[in-house]
Design a protein around this ligand. Structure first.
Ligand code: GDP
Ligand code: MN
Length: 368
């Protein structure tokens, strides 16, 4: 799971890492409101999961709430390196005296986390790594040992920063490592970590968590990123949400929709052996996509059990206030039980994938 900057900063802040004050905005009005609440010049930062936003024009500044609204209108809906901007982080503009780089990543070949730190923070860190790697301090941590404050200060000293900053930088590095460790992260990066007249502050934040460890971090269950990360999930520009178990079957489901003249709105693979709860989350997830008019749930149970699928469907249909028709193809393991559950609940289903796909396309057509 990779986090947007605003989620990463929320997590960092909770762990005691100073970040600028900010609000998320989904439209120009919210951006204007946020700037008014901050009451000072702001940075408007596109929330996309690609790096190098600054260079790609994804970060702009505004001196007044009105200007923030105007700039937000320009940024929202544009694409940064192929990724659409749906949200902005409206942040107090920080007064930068100097920019540093600190990160912790998992060094897979060394089988250890490595801390990297440099005085050459900012948008050119990749260039620095290539042309003058000696300007980046690297420090491996033995995962079986505790990482201690004096070690963090040693890294700060090696960076070659002024003496009066060493202790503060050490504290920052220690906190970043602790976040990385606590949440089973694959990356925790601050670039730039900036020095302002008020002290050190994380002006940017990148955070990624090992998907195989998400189950033991309930802290993330509310994050938009975590909901998507549970499944292999891609949004497309059609209007029929395709959900299947297994990538192959999900792709075939999309082909069937296309064959009958429809257009898929999602590719969502719930994987093998999905539980009742994860089926319900998958359906809820596609329901949150504004373009979805019909859901095509295509299950050929192997490890996945048809009765779990049926119960998952019922959970959502009983709670959703959003009435989107769902066409279900349900066969495979425990199919008698799964089909009985649906029949008892009055929910129609198909056995044949072709018939189900055709029906989904017909329903969609009748709605538009
Ligand atoms: P990235 O390009 O995706 O890494 O986005 P960053 O958040 O790191 O921003 C890129 C650059 O924009 C930073 O290195 C800063 O130089 C500049 N920048 C970002 N936020 C601020 C801010 O609040 N104040 C000022 N003065 N510059 C900022
Ligand atoms: Mn950055």
């Amino acid at each position: 799971m990779r986090c947007f900057e605003y989620s990463a900063k929320k997590i960092f802040k909770n762990e005691g890492i100073p970040v600028p004050e900010s609000y998320v905005a989904k439209n120009p009005e919210e951006a204007e409101e946020a700037a008014a609440k901050l009451g000072k010049p702001v940075a408007l930062k596109s929330q996309v999961l690609v790096g190098g936003r600054g260079k790609a024009g994804g970060i702009k500044f505004a001196d007044s709430p009105e200007e923030a609204g105007k700039v937000a209108k320009e940024l929202l809906g544009t694409e940064i390196k192929g990724e659409k901007v749906n949200k902005l982080l409206i942040e107090e503009k920080v007064n930068i005296q100097s920019e540093f780089y600190i990160s912790v990543i998992m060094d897979r070949s060394a089988k250890k986390p490595v801390i990297m730190a440099s005085t050459e923070g900012g948008m050119e860190i990749e260039e620095v790594a290539k042309k003058s790697p000696e300007k980046i301090v690297k420090y491996h941590i033995n995962p079986l040992d505790e990482f201690l404050p004096y070690q963090a200060r040693e890294i700060a000293r090696k960076m070659g920063i002024p003496n009066d900053l060493i202790s503060k930088m050490g504290t920052f590095i220690l906190k970043l490592f602790n976040v990385f460790d606590k949440y089973d992260a694959t990356i925790a990066e601050i670039n730039p970590l900036v020095l302002t007249p008020e002290g050190l502050i994380a002006a940017d934040a990148k955070f990624g968590v090992d998907d195989d460890a998400l189950w033991r971090h309930n802290e993330f269950s509310d994050l938009e990123e975590a909901k998507k990360g549970e499944f292999a999930y891609v949004t497309l520009d059609g209007d029929i949400a395709v959900i299947g178990n297994g990538a192959g079957l999900t792709l075939v489901g999309m082909d069937m929709i296309n064959l009958y003249g429809g257009k898929p709105a999602t590719f969502l693979d719930i994987g093998g052996g999905a539980s009742q709860e994860s089926i319900a989350r998958a359906i809820t997830l596609v329901l949150s996509e504004p373009n979805v008019k019909v859901i095509f749930l295509n299950v050929l149970g192997g490890i996945t059990r048809a009765d779990d699928v049926a119960n998952g469907v019922i959970t959502v249909l009983n709670s959703a206030d959003h009435k989107v028709p769902i066409v279900i193809r349900l066969t495979g393991t425990n199919e008698e039980e799964g089909q009985r559950i649906l029949r008892d609940a009055g929910i129609p289903f198909e056995i044949s994938m072709e018939e189900a796909a055709e029906k989904a396309v017909e329903i969609c057509r009748s709605l538009s």
